[in-house]
Design a protein around this ligand. Structure first.
Ligand code: MN
Length: 298
């Protein structure tokens, strides 16, 4: 009786030892199979229509609702390009945008991964300089987004639009990963709590050229109109918060706070020659553009 129990137990043990690699393999197959199904579902989601995607015309209307700072249209050094993600003025002589305008709302931030598909902007007219990623390699400068990738994560398609090289400009690592990025993060935190942000980011000046065709800007600037509680630009009044920064394209500034670079909108207008927020009543522009936002001062 006892011997029989021991024998049966032994047979079970030997059988289990023999089968275990197969059981482990089967378990792995089941896990892999489930992952495959999950991935397939995800890619279907990724290839689907962009939720609430704007047509370029709708986008232009919204993103330029604060104004078209340089009156961009069809001139090679002030060429208007619009997609669902942003509107921009491209400068063919510099190989970069003069400025990029977009709106940031809570719904613009979703689950889409960073697409990282940097590529030339094939919308530019034939014969123009097509800047691509190679222009940046071994230049010592990073491919800095004007409209950030993370501001456009509602779908892979719209995120991918931020990787067109017309939305990219040479930035030092210190700027790109320092105060510039900190202000981007701060902007998203404001949008997450229901504010609509009208943002215009651009550059001016020059530190030279890469390969004789890609201008390295001396400074990058940004103006953010913060409309609380989901209103549009027509809700702007003399109490509206307007953040404006002017940052040098230098190294060694990664640790610095974006607030150290706060300026008036008017000073950016003087440096660039643009009329920012030109769709707001002149009197309101004079109020909003001549003060440094008190909450943005260090
Ligand atoms: Mn103005």
């Amino acid at each position: 009786m006892r011997l029989r129990t021991i024998l049966i137990a032994l047979v079970f043990l030997i059988a289990a030892a023999f089968a275990s690699p197969y059981l482990i393999r089967a378990g792995k197959w089941i896990v892999a199979f489930n992952k495959g199904i999950q991935k397939a579902a995800e890619s279907q989601k990724n290839n689907g229509p962009i939720p609430d995607a704007l047509t370029p015309d709708e986008a232009k209307k919204i993103y330029l609702s604060p104004g078209n700072p340089s009156g961009a249209s069809d001139k090679p050094d002030n060429f208007l390009l619009t997609n669902s993600a942003y509107a921009l003025s491209y400068n063919n002589r510099k190989g970069i945008a003069n400025w990029v305008a977009w709106r940031l709302s809570k719904n613009d931030m979703g689950e889409a991964e960073r697409q990282n598909d940097f590529r030339p902007d094939s919308r530019l007219p034939g014969g123009w300089t097509l800047i691509d990623s190679r222009d940046y390699s071994s230049s010592g400068y990073e491919r800095g987004h004007l409209c950030p990738s993370a501001d456009r994560s509602s779908s892979p398609a719209i995120n991918s639009e931020t990787f067109l090289m017309t939305n990219i400009a040479p930035q030092t690592h210190g700027l790109n990963s320092g105060p510039w990025e900190k202000l981007e993060r701060y902007s998203r935190s404001m949008a997450r709590r229901e504010a609509n942000l009208y943002i215009i980011a651009g550059q001016y000046g020059t530190k030279g050229k890469i390969d004789g065709r890609l201008t390295i800007p001396a400074n990058f600037w940004k103006v953010i109109v913060v409309i609380e509680n989901g209103g549009d630009i027509s809700s702007a009044d003399s109490n509206t918060r307007v953040i404006a920064v002017d940052m040098p394209n230098d190294n060694g500034i990664e640790k610095r706070n974006w607030r150290e670079f706060s300026v008036t909108v008017r000073s950016i207008e003087e440096k660039t020659g643009y009329d920012l927020l030109s769709n707001l009543p002149r009197k309101l522009q004079d109020q909003l553009e001549t003060r440094v936002d008190p909450r943005s001062e260090k």
